[in-house]
Design a protein around this ligand. Structure first.
Ligand code: EPU
Length: 432
């Protein structure tokens, strides 16, 4: 298993280009199932999660060509030979559940493995299932699989077209909102969904569905209205920039003393909560041509953060922000409200000498001048990124092991950081 080895303390200077958004690309790839190809996704990040989704679409019978150089994914045909997402693929990536809505809408039936728990928490999909039931689907859970059938026509069998419905989510869920948007796009009649997730990636899916001929209004707000249509057309779309990848590099620039980086391609409006907190901590952030320039002159000030659904502070930035706060002069509190087990970076940061205590859903960070390099390991994507940032300013050498987590969501992170002056490299086949 690969590792990333970092020798800390090198200032970062220069431009870092962000990739297309992983969490926008995944539902958009699944949306190709709603029409008969050929669709083209541009600015798709070259990531393991994209490969997993491509493998899933191929398993269903689609043709998928992933070009990592041009960042294009072509889906020439979406003829379905199966309507099943098997455990082997879903266990690699929970977002595989995003095929449930499109398969049911297009095919009238779907069988998708339950994703089960994962490192960051239990992560149920009850809201996805309740929404599909409201649209007339029959849902059965059998041997770890969700088996969904379209409504039964009078005197006929199941497998019919979904019906528009009124759906109120008990809590905002990103993939839940996306799954139901895709299902509703081909349903008969109007669907209104309340308490929807407002993430930019949901808005982006709405844009793509509308390009396909869907009638979606309000994506990116908490109420989404969809007038179902009978057929959708394939699309050509360039994916928006990855705000979480961009935010991660912004924090890297702020964390290492004397750095001056410009993160290019980022949409600053999508990161308002992060920008506000970073500015409160004393980081200078300003627009600069195609990017955002990040610098810090004085010491960091402690700032408390509570994660919340968008436009609140993203849970996907909590680990990275915590690392920044290990350098602040004073005490700060990070409270995680979205996932119950998202402090897995804490014991690893402690190995690097950080003073952090966990009290339930909050972590109290006692800032200090320095961390010390160590051999660390993360068990989720954003935690891994936070450990790389810690390694950039820690004294001595840090080895972040099991970087396959990192590779799920950051394209060539070590190369992008080296290009702006970091002393880091990938060590192939390092000890897990
Ligand atoms: N939830 C339920 N029932 C459901 C669905 C969700 O109780 O049916 C709960 C979850 O357990 C969680 C909360 O609702 O407590 C929010 O979860 P959500 O469904 O919004 O998360 P998700 O859609 O599974 C997406 C991103 C995650 C990101 C979260 C929160 C994708 C593919 N994944 O997950 O991204 O952390 O939203 O913003 O879009 C990552 O990229 O590292 C990552 C984990």
């Amino acid at each position: 298993m690969d590792a990333i080895r970092i020798r800390g303390g090198r200032r970062l200077a220069g431009n870092i280009q962000v990739s297309g958004a992983k969490n926008a690309a995944l539902p958009i790839l699944c949306a190709t199932l709603l029409a008969d190809g050929p669709s083209l996704l541009r600015n798709t990040p070259a990531l393991r999660d994209i490969d997993t989704t491509a493998a899933l679409l191929r398993f269903l019978g689609c043709e998928v060509m992933v070009d990592k150089e041009t960042h294009e994914v072509r889906v020439p045909t979406t003829k379905l030979t199966r309507a099943e997402a098997p455990y082997e693929l879903v266990k690699q990536m929970r977002a595989s559940v995003l095929v449930l809505g499109p398969l049911l809408a297009r095919n009238g039936r779907a069988k998708v493995s339950l994703p089960g728990g994962c490192a960051i928490g239990a992560r149920p999909i009850d809201q996805h299932l309740k929404g599909l039931e409201a649209m007339g689907a029959t849902i059965k859970l059998e041997r770890g699989y969700v088996i969904a059938d379209g409504p039964t026509s009078p005197g006929g069998s199941g497998g019919g077209r979904l019906r528009g419905a009124e759906i109120a989510f008990d809590l905002p869920t990103v993939t839940g909102t996306e799954n139901l948007m895709m299902a509703a796009a081909l349903a008969k009649g109007r669907t209104t969904m309340w308490n929807c997730a407002r993430e930019p990636e949901v808005e982006e899916l709405g844009r793509v569905l509308n390009k396909m001929g869907a009638r979606v209004e309000g994506a990116g707000t908490d109420v989404i209205k969809i007038e179902g249509v009978e057929q959708l057309a394939p699309f050509d779309h360039a994916i928006i920039a990855d705000r979480i990848e961009g935010g991660t590099y912004m924090i890297a620039g702020a964390a290492v003393d004397g750095s001056d980086v410009r993160v290019d391609g980022i949409i600053l409006e999508d990161l308002e909560a992060l920008v506000l907190k970073m500015r409160q901590a004393g980081v200078q952030i300003e627009r600069d041509g195609p990017g955002v320039r990040v610098r810090r002159e004085g010491p960091l000030k402690p700032v408390n953060v509570t994660t919340a659904p968008h436009p609140g502070f993203p849970t996907d930035m909590q680990a990275q922000f915590m690392v920044l706060m290990t350098r602040a002069r004073g005490e700060s509190v990070m409270t995680e409200t979205i996932f119950e087990n998202r402090f897995m970076h804490v014991p690893e940061l402690q190995r690097m000498g950080a003073h952090i205590e966990i009290h339930g859903r909050s972590a109290v960070v006692h800032g200090q001048d320095k961390l010390e390099g160590a051999s660390v390991m993360a068990t989720d994507l954003r935690a891994s990124a936070s450990l790389v940032i810690a390694g950039l300013f820690a004294e001595g050498e840090t080895e972040v092991r099991r970087v396959y987590h990192l590779d799920r969501g950051y394209e060539k992170m070590e190369q992008r950081l080296s290009a702006v002056g970091a002393d880091c490299e990938r060590v192939k086949g390092a000890e897990g």
